[in-house]
Write a protein that binds this ligand. Structure first.
Ligand SMILES: NC(=O)C1=CN([C@@H]2O[C@H](COP(=O)(O)OP(=O)(O)OC[C@H]3O[C@@H](n4cnc5c(N)ncnc54)[C@H](OP(=O)(O)O)[C@@H]3O)[C@@H](O)[C@H]2O)C=CC1
Ligand SMILES: CC(=O)[C@@H](O)[C@H](O)COP(=O)(O)O
Ligand SMILES: [Mn+2]
Length: 384
């Protein structure tokens, strides 16, 4: 039986690569649902090629156009936020790949878990915002949350066969982004274009800026805490500019296991979609002699302050990571629109952390309220 996949965010970097994985394995996977935010053109092209049962366009103004373009196909078309949240829970879906960006991934993930659907999770912000709630719900519903993020997929792969061996720590690798080795004065002047020029990965704009500011690595630490049930002090960050070692785990005897390969998201996407099987593929192979020097260095948190802000939030707990996520989304958008500079993103986040109501033990509705409040606070700081 083919595994029927819902791809939430099919028009993005992860979504389009997931479709390339499916192209490699037409005998194993079937596209059941595709969703887009604004990119109706690409959604329609994808729907014509993969003939899913359902498509959802986030932007309701494009609903009629998508309906017209697909009227000759037996595809159900829906639009809007509520449809996006519900669609993963559809009965015919076997697995939901959450490839949405930011807070928008939270509700669809919750609804899919509630419906008992295995999750392939690319959307790290969902775990940053409400990792306690998501993992608790997944345990209750006995639903696997399979990491797609390359570092977490690496750790997950290293953990296979190690259930009785507790971890001493994990070592998350960071490329260091386009500004590795630069100082704050340099960062003050960087442009949107420079920040979007990631050295190793071609990704969506938001995560690319997060990689440049190292917020991505801070978020990945929080993501790892929840996925692998770790204490903050068990999470180490190491800058590895070649992005070949995707991450490592260290056991109590000091032994370290690493997962390696070329920087290509199709592998972790395929691993999650095919889990527990490793599927054959024709993706390019890593060759050691092409990379005679794999290097490792410390992250400079005095320059890349977002990394320590994320660790502060993880240590503080409660709704603080949710506050940081909201502030970061506002700050990244403002930077991309050239309303604030690169370094100012950290100030917006830091101030939002002190000005938004802190809750030690938030419940679901608190996360929704916190997200709203923190966005207002951050937007006011940006406006000033
Ligand atoms: N790209 C990568 O290599 C990696 C990404 N990730 C994570 O995966 C997630 C996706 O990243 P990436 O693919 O790069 O992002 P992209 O920006 O490339 O794609 C995001 C997708 O989500 C859709 N979308 C965005 N906002 C909304 C919204 N409000 N409502 C409905 N749909 C929306 C977009 O639709 P449209 O374009 O049609 O508007 C698009 O399909 C992120 O959480 C990221 O951190 C993790 C590891 C690696
Ligand atoms: C591909 C992937 O998983 C990204 O999250 C990647 O980690 C970004 O690179 P950085 O290490 O520069 O953040
Ligand atoms: Mn990653």
């Amino acid at each position: 039986m083919k595994r029927r996949i819902a791809i939430l965010g099919s028009t993005g970097s992860i979504g389009t690569q997931a479709l390339q994985v499916i192209d490699q394995h037409p005998d194993l996977f079937e596209v059941e649902i595709l969703t887009a935010g604004n990119n109706a053109d690409l959604l329609v092209q994808q729907a014509r090629k993969y003939e899913p049962n359902v498509v959802v366009i986030g932007n309701e103004e494009k609903y009629k156009w998508v309906c017209r373009e697909l009227e000759d196909l037996p595809v159900k078309v829906y639009a809007g936020k509520e449809a996006l949240s519900q669609v993963g829970a559809t009965g015919t879906v076997d697995m939901v790949l959450v490839a949405l960006v930011g807070f928008s991934g939270l509700m669809p993930t919750i609804r899919a878990i509630e419906a008992g659907k295995p999750i392939a999770l690319a959307n790290k912000e969902t775990l940053v915002v409400a990792g306690d709630l998501i993992m608790q719900l997944a345990r209750e519903k006995k639903v696997p949350v399979l990491p797609v993020d390359s570092e977490h997929s690496a750790i997950f792969q290293c953990l296979v066969g190690e259930t009785d061996n507790p971890l001493e720590k994990i070592i998350l690798t960071a490329s260091g982004g386009p500004f590795r080795g630069k100082n704050v004065d340099f960062l003050r002047k960087v442009t949107r274009c420079q920040a979007l020029n990631h050295p190793n990965w071609k990704m969506g704009d938001k995560i690319t800026i997060d990689s440049a500011s190292l917020m991505n690595k801070g978020f990945e630490a929080i993501e790892a805490k929840w996925l692998f049930d770790l204490k903050p002090e068990q999470i180490e960050i190491v800058v590895h500019p070649q992005s070949i070692v995707h991450s490592m785990i260290q056991f109590r005897d000091g032994s370290i296991k690493a997962q390696m390969g070329l920087p290509d998201m199709k592998l972790p996407i395929q691993y999650a979609m095919g889990y527990p099987r490793r599927l054959a593929n024709g993706f390019p192979r890593f060759n050691f002699t092409d990379f005679p020097s794999l290097t490792f260095e410390k992250a400079d948190v005095s320059v890349f302050r977002n990394l320590s802000l994320a660790f502060d939030a993880m240590n503080k707990g409660g709704n603080m990571p949710c506050i940081v996520n909201a502030a970061n989304e506002v700050a990244v958008e403002a930077f991309l629109k050239s309303r604030i500079g690169f370094v100012e993103m950290s100030s917006v986040i830091e101030q939002t952390m002190t000005k938004t109501s802190f809750l030690k033990a938030p419940v679901f509705q608190d996360y929704i309220e916190t997200d709203k409040e923190a966005r207002i606070v951050a937007a006011e700081i940006v406006a000033k």
